[in-house]
Design a protein around this ligand. Structure first.
Ligand code: F6R
Length: 362
């Protein structure tokens, strides 16, 4: 059932365009976003004053992108918290608070506990989840399923990209119902979003390049991943993937934070993966990259063209998409880097040591 792929993780990486299409399927009617399983009444939508996203691990990284989406289009103050932190802190919740747990499995103990606490205190709870009728959707007032299909590899891949699509859908829906986007604007964004799976497909054709990259890079002991704005969570996610399946130490950082400490780590033994696709902060990312190279750091750029970033050690080209959708495309090179390094080292890609697919105990 690996469909000829060597590992479930590789199969699931390749399934992402299909999975995202399945997340979007049936959600648009006559140019409008329709999310009936959220079961939200018009007055409940207009009453939302604050949003809190809670999740763990990779789902937390997706939630971080969700904050950017929600604040940009709904203008509702939004925060993101790690579920294990949120559940024990002194929460501020009232009837205008919407809590959005994000979980692939729907069984993560900390996310479930955070949800229950928030619900008891009077929050409205709408979850984003992949597994039908699991505990988290059962405890929530409404649900948006990602429909990625079963994810077997312990390292999450297609769950992540479908969570991003779901968070965007939820954002469009709230903005549409609150009259913050016109029907034309919503329709345009739907068209842009529906083009993303094809962009993802083009990145998936480059697997062999990443395999050769892994041969050259598997012996490094530390990696840095840098990104800004929508792609800061992708830097964190890239570092997490590399750590968990190849056992190489990696850190994800906001590239603007480099000069506040981590730049001291840079030398020729530190590969630095920089997410450098076009964005409102593109010039800033390029100058952060120059700073790394000036200290002999070995830069690996994820970019839409090879000439903008000369003098880097390696460049992985991705297609250009609107900035807000770039995380869905840019995460694929980071998944491939982790996958091929792990495989080259002979690690157990699908069952990394010490990890369980769903963390149902605290
Ligand atoms: C990393 C990974 C974990 C999960 C986390 C939350 O690849 O898979 O970090 O993302 O344990 O799991 P869910 O989404 O099932 O709540």
């Amino acid at each position: 059932e690996k469909d000829g792929y060597k590992h479930f993780m590789l199969k699931e990486i390749h399934e992402q365009p299909r999975a995202v299409r399945d997340t979007l399927r049936g959600k648009f009617f006559a140019g409008k976003v329709v999310l009936s399983d959220l079961r939200l009444q018009p007055n409940e939508i207009s009453d939302i004053k604050r949003i809190i996203l809670v999740a763990c691990g990779t789902s937390w990284h997706a939630a971080m992108v969700g904050k950017y989406y929600l604040e940009k289009y709904t203008r509702i103050p939004t925060e993101v918290d790690i579920a294990s932190e949120y559940r024990y802190r002194q929460k501020i919740i009232d009837s205008g608070t919407l809590v959005i747990p994000v979980s692939q499995s729907g069984e993560t103990a900390d996310t479930l506990a955070a949800l229950k606490e928030a619900k008891t205190m009077g929050a409205k709870v709408l979850c984003i989840c992949n597994v039908m009728d699991s505990s988290i959707p059962r405890e929530s007032h409404g649900v948006l399923y990602t429909n990625a299909g079963p994810e077997i590899g312990v390292a999450s891949t297609k769950a992540f990209t479908t969570q991003l699509a779901a968070l965007y859908l939820m954002t469009l829906y709230l903005a549409q119902e609150r009259n913050q986007l016109t029907p034309e604007q919503v329709a345009d964004k739907i068209v842009d979003l529906e083009a993303i799976p094809a962009a993802m497909e083009s990145v998936l054709q480059d697997g062999e390049r990443y395999a050769r990259f892994a041969e050259r890079y598997h012996n490094y002991t530390d990696f840095l991943f840098l990104g800004r704005s929508y792609n800061l969570p992708i830097a964190l996610e890239g570092a997490l993937k590399l750590k968990e399946i190849s056992y190489i130490h990696a850190e994800g950082y906001a590239s603007g934070e480099m000069k506040h400490g981590p730049i001291a780590l840079i030398d020729e033994n530190m590969p630095v993966v920089v997410i450098a696709t076009p964005s409102e902060v593109h010039e800033k990312v390029l100058s952060n990259m120059e700073e790394v190279m000036a200290r002999k750091g070995r830069v690996i750029a994820i970019s839409t063209n090879s000439t903008a970033v000369e003098a880097v050690a390696d460049t992985f080209i991705v297609p250009e998409v609107p900035e807000e959708f770039s995380p869905m495309v840019n995460v694929i090179p980071t998944q491939f880097i982790a996958y091929y390094i792990s495989d080259f080292k002979g690690c157990d890609v699908d069952q990394p040591r010490n990890l369980a697919k769903s963390v149902t105990v605290e």
